[in-house]
Design a protein around this ligand. Structure first.
Ligand code: GKR
Ligand code: MG
Length: 421
């Protein structure tokens, strides 16, 4: 093994980034939300980047993994899973409690999901370092790209004009169908997105269906998705599916859990998609056997990295299940990783989700630009993004200065603080 590829040092930098008051079924996004930047430096002096959730539970698992990496090779990404199982220990008490994840809306929070989300950032950083060392893009390490551009979808949210006590943001309020259509127009004008996803589970279901109808009126024939994150009953999901029918490209997690999803799926022709009931390999067999989902949203943070995202794609292909891509709040390192892996997935037939246009902070030197809703797939070595160290230091300072209130994303707590009633 080339000793230049051995890991010399690993740096973890938790940061807080600005986030607008976007609403979901749990509550509202906090004004600042945590992310973790992982840097893996080789003995050859090359640094690879990764990004993942930065809440304290993830940090607690990332620290021992970072400490165990020096001396190992950046080529040994398969070994990360065993290593993480050995060194990370249990998730901190109280965070794996069988409830739906407070910030991620990714189904029930388990120790394995937390660990895989941490491993994903180390895997990405190792692949970035390996690609830079070899002078090849990350997609080449995954078998090569099958497309030159990756299409993304506009991610629309019901939202407040401002966080409590703060000045209105640049987007303004969107609490009705007209507000959603206006937001979609602005997304289209700024980034050229051709398809639209609306985060639901916020207003009454019929108001959310009305917003989809308003979008269909404004953008005839465009793919539209609605995602209430499991907030509805089976009866409500069936009523919305019957009302919207062909207007929907897919309905995402209308209800919670595989049995309820299967019940809805059996009684509607509208395709059901998920990033909540199939988020680990263990959850796939039952959901696929019951026909609960027609599309799985992959997410390299959830599944343990870019290689495992490709394994998920193979599993979906085997069972005739479609593939789309999920997003949570993220920065440019994650977007670069999403784009690299998406470029290698032949059956990715839906535009990928991204929260990126909502972020005003970033840690990469050149922020990505969407053209016609697409990002060009970088052929530069590694992920094709560089770290802005000054920006990283500023955002880390924000994390250090926080008294702990915002170091964990909790949309429900943020809503309770804003609207105690
Ligand atoms: O950021 C949000 O509010 C989303 O609801 C996010 O937490 C979800 O994980 C996600 O985007 C989804 O598609 O379910
Ligand atoms: Mg979703």
């Amino acid at each position: 093994m080339d000793s230049a590829l051995r890991i010399e040092d690993v740096r973890l930098t938790p940061i807080l980034i600005k986030d607008p008051p976007l609403l979901n079924t749990q509550g509202v996004h906090q004004p600042l939300t945590p992310r973790l930047v992982v840097e893996v430096e080789t003995r050859g002096g090359i640094t690879g980047l990764g990004e993942t959730y930065g809440d304290t539970a993830y940090l607690a698992l990332a620290r021992p993994l970072a400490a165990a990496l020096p001396g190992r090779s950046v080529t040994d990404v398969n070994g990360l899973f065993r290593l993480a199982a050995d060194v990370c220990g249990a998730a901190p008490a109280g965070v794996v409690d069988g409830r739906v994840d407070a910030g991620g809306l990714r189904g029930v929070r388990t120790a394995e999901k937390l660990r895989l989300s941490v491993v994903s950032a180390f895997e990405t950083a190792c692949l970035d370092a390996l690609g830079r060392s070899l002078g090849v893009p990350v997609h080449a390490l995954l078998g090569g790209r099958v497309r030159e551009e990756v299409e993304y979808s506009a991610y629309l949210f019901f939202k407040w004009a401002a966080h409590p006590g703060a000045a209105p943001d640049a987007w303004g309020e969107a609490l009705d169908p007209a507000g959603v259509v206006e937001q979609a127009r602005r997304f289209e004008a700024a980034h050229g997105f051709g398809s639209f996803k609306l985060k639901g589970g916020v207003l009454a279901p019929e108001r959310e269906a009305a917003a989809i109808r308003a979008l269909a009126g404004e953008f005839p024939g465009r793919p539209l998705r609605l995602d209430p994150n499991g907030a509805w009953s089976v009866a409500t999901a069936l009523a919305v599916a019957a009302e919207l029918g062909d207007l929907l490209e897919y309905l995402e997690d209308p209800v919670t859990g595989t049995p309820a999803m299967a019940e809805v799926a059996a009684r509607t022709d509208v395709p059901l998609a998920t990033n909540m009931c199939v988020t680990t390999f263990a959850e796939a067999p039952e959901a696929f056997a019951r026909g609960a989902v027609r599309i799985v949203l992959c997410d390299h943070h959830y599944w343990g990295g870019l290689h495992r995202t490709r394994e998920l794609a193979a599993l979906c292909r085997t069972y005739g299940v479609g593939l789309s891509m999920h997003s949570n709040t993220h920065l440019g390192i994650s977007l670069a990783a999403m784009t690299q892996v998406a470029a290698t997935l032949p059956q990715l037939a839906h535009a990928c989700d991204t929260h990126y246009p909502w972020q005003t902070d970033d840690v990469v030197t050149v922020p990505p630009r969407f053209r016609a809703g697409r990002l060009a797939v970088s052929d530069a070595p590694g992920l094709g993004v560089d770290l802005d160290r000054d920006r990283l230091a500023d955002l880390h300072r924000r994390w250090l200065d926080d008294d702990g209130t915002l170091r964990d994303r909790d949309d429900a707590a943020a809503l309770r603080r804003a609207r105690p009633e």
